[in-house]
Design a protein around this ligand. Structure first.
Ligand SMILES: N[C@@H](CCC(=O)N[C@@H](CS)C(=O)NCC(=O)O)C(=O)O
Length: 218
């Protein structure tokens, strides 16, 4: 399999499948394209009409969206979702929330691995998104705890849901925003997960600074 990603410092959507594939030991060849370049547009348009990364090229076809990629992989690697049916539904709900919402958080708190507790003034809409994320994570973890799953991830063992929220953890670490103790504990678990650490290290090793670095690159 061949995964095409963007700059690891910035590309939150690319981070999701990369971290999940790395965590679950799924072998893949990686191509990294520089966002916001003519070469990016030329190369990615050969694989995706959406013109975005990530893209996963498989022997059966090409998946051109982070969720489509992870659902495709989960067909072959079912442990990427929780095995408990109730936790699996909850994981899917959480992933869907992330995939189709939290626009203020995504717009105002651009992912940037280089940022670490940068001062950022956020809007009420962004604070509201953070509150919703914290409530969602708490709901996931308390539901998992009720069925004896207390491994520190959202729904017991690491799952696609954690891969989906790993970029949010990077964002929350990146800017000076207040989070509650349970959120901080979950963030520490994610930030101490080797696949996430490897992604951040690769991001930090990059030298490209996009113009949108300091404001709203999603
Ligand atoms: N819904 C898509 C979003 C992908 C996306 O917006 N990727 C950004 C990088 S993080 C991108 O490729 N931007 C380049 C562009 O839009 O030209 C997914 O989940 O994969």
């Amino acid at each position: 399999m061949h995964l095409i990603i963007g700059n690891q410092n910035y590309s939150s959507w690319s981070m999701r499948p990369w971290v999940a594939m790395t965590y679950f030991g799924i072998p893949f060849k990686e191509t990294k394209l520089e966002l916001d370049t003519a070469a990016f547009v030329e190369e990615i348009s050969q694989h995706s009409s959406a013109g975005t990364v990530p893209v996963l090229i498989t022997e059966n076809g090409t998946a051109t969206d982070s969720l489509s990629i992870l659902e495709t992989l989960a067909d072959s690697y079912p442990t990427m979702w929780p095995s408990d049916p109730a936790l699996k539904i909850m994981a899917r709900n959480a992933v869907s929330c992330m995939h189709s919402g939290f626009f203020a958080l995504r717009g105002e708190m651009s992912m940037n691995c280089r940022a670490n507790q940068r001062l950022l003034v956020i809007t009420l809409a962004c604070r509201s998104d953070i509150d919703k994320v914290e409530a969602l994570w708490a709901e996931c973890m308390s539901t998992a705890a009720k069925v004896g799953q207390n491994q520190g991830y959202l729904l017991g063992e690491f799952s696609i849901a954690d891969a989906f929220f790993a970029p949010v953890v990077v964002r929350l670490r990146g800017y000076k925003v207040a989070v509650n103790a349970a959120t901080q504990s979950y963030m520490d678990t994610i930030l101490g997960t080797p696949a996430v650490m490897a992604w951040i290290a690769a991001g930090l090793a990059e030298t490209t600074i996009l113009q949108e670095d300091e404001v709203g690159y999603d």
